[in-house]
Design a protein around this ligand. Structure first.
Ligand SMILES: *Cc1c(COP(=O)(O)O)cnc(C)c1O
Length: 312
């Protein structure tokens, strides 16, 4: 895939990113699980969690093109206190010798000990800049962003939005769809911003269907995904939909049932199940299969977009 606005020079050209030795295409494995088998459904796991030990899963696919585009400039991005995206960005900075700044939601966190996720970011050399929640919510507004960059002393930084979902990131996820062409009837992925779904759906063949499982509460994801496809590709692409029934109360919310489900899946299939996104995806696929949502003979591929933090 070509990305016309990516400069070919700079301190982090393709070669530097590829020296990180991503495992691409990521492995695709069939698992035997009677909850699917008795409905005539085959389950495949697309192991994007194995792409790179620190730039894990969809974070690799979304960050790699942005690391090239940053071309050595300081990379500034945004996230909550447990953001997988912030950790991946910090790790990329350390591995590639780039300066990184993480703008963290919640001014009050500045006065508390850092949680383990932010400790990892800081240890990887990320400079953390905390902002209050109302400013954070409005940071897409140019004046608000300019103020944040000034306050963070990073006015020349290459800015990547929250969750990493810009046009380059969405186009980076197109390759995920390409790797799955002809391999499954339905490809399912957990959604935060919808950026991964947007790129994945565009990369599949027209006969395949992408299914997004929202991990946040609300009905905005289909609209966001469509907007990201327009930004990246100029319009809606592929066959896709979003299921909003499996968020378990919202982002980072869980229940005893979901936790038990995740632990059971781990022991059945020797797969470390990331809890914020992947657990909800897998739970949704079992529930949909039991509801008869997939006709007999359907092959479903679940994209394993991440791994637990800290690692088990
Ligand atoms: C960030 C993340 C997602 C969400 O990806 P979007 O492109 O924002 O929808 C899904 N799974 C995992 C494990 C993630 O870390």
């Amino acid at each position: 895939m070509t990305s016309p606005d990516v400069p070919s020079g700079g301190r982090t050209p393709d070669a530097a990113v590829l020296r990180l030795r991503p495992r691409l295409p990521s492995p695709l494995r069939e698992v035997t699980d009677e909850r699917f088998a008795r409905h005539g459904v085959r389950l495949l796991l697309k192991r994007d969690d194995l792409i790179h030990p620190e730039l894990i899963g969809n974070k690799w696919r979304k960050l790699a093109p942005n690391l090239r585009a940053a071309a050595g400039r300081t990379l500034l991005t945004f996230g909550g206190a447990y953001s997988n995206h912030l950790r991946a960005t910090a790790a990329a900075g350390r591995l590639l010798g780039l300066d990184t700044v993480g703008v963290v939601r919640g001014q009050e966190l500045a006065d508390r000990p850092l949680n383990p996720s932010l400790v990892r970011c800081a240890t990887d050399g990320m400079r953390l800049h905390f902002v209050d929640r109302s400013t954070y919510r409005r940071v897409a507004e140019p004046q608000v962003l300019a103020g944040v960059l000034r306050a963070a002393d990073a006015e020349d930084a290459y800015v990547v939005p929250e969750g990493g979902s810009n046009s380059l990131a969405v186009r980076g996820c197109h390759a995920l769809g390409e790797e799955l062409r002809g391999r499954a009837d339905v490809v399912a992925v957990a959604c935060g911003t919808g950026g991964t779904l947007a790129g994945l759906a565009a990369g599949l063949t027209p006969e395949q269907r992408a299914l997004g499982v929202a991990v946040l509460k609300g009905d905005f994801l289909a609209g966001e995904t469509a907007a990201l496809q327009t930004l990246a590709f100029g319009g809606r692409r592929g066959t896709w939909s979003v299921d909003t029934r499996f968020h378990f109360g919202g982002y980072a919310r869980t229940s005893d049932e979901l936790e038990a489900f995740a632990r059971d899946f781990e022991s059945r299939h020797a797969l470390p199940v990331e809890r914020l996104y992947v657990a909800k995806l897998l739970y949704a696929l079992v529930a949909l299969t039991e509801e008869g949502a997939f006709p007999r003979g359907t092959t479903v591929a679940a994209v394993i977009t991440g791994a637990p933090f800290p690692p088990a």
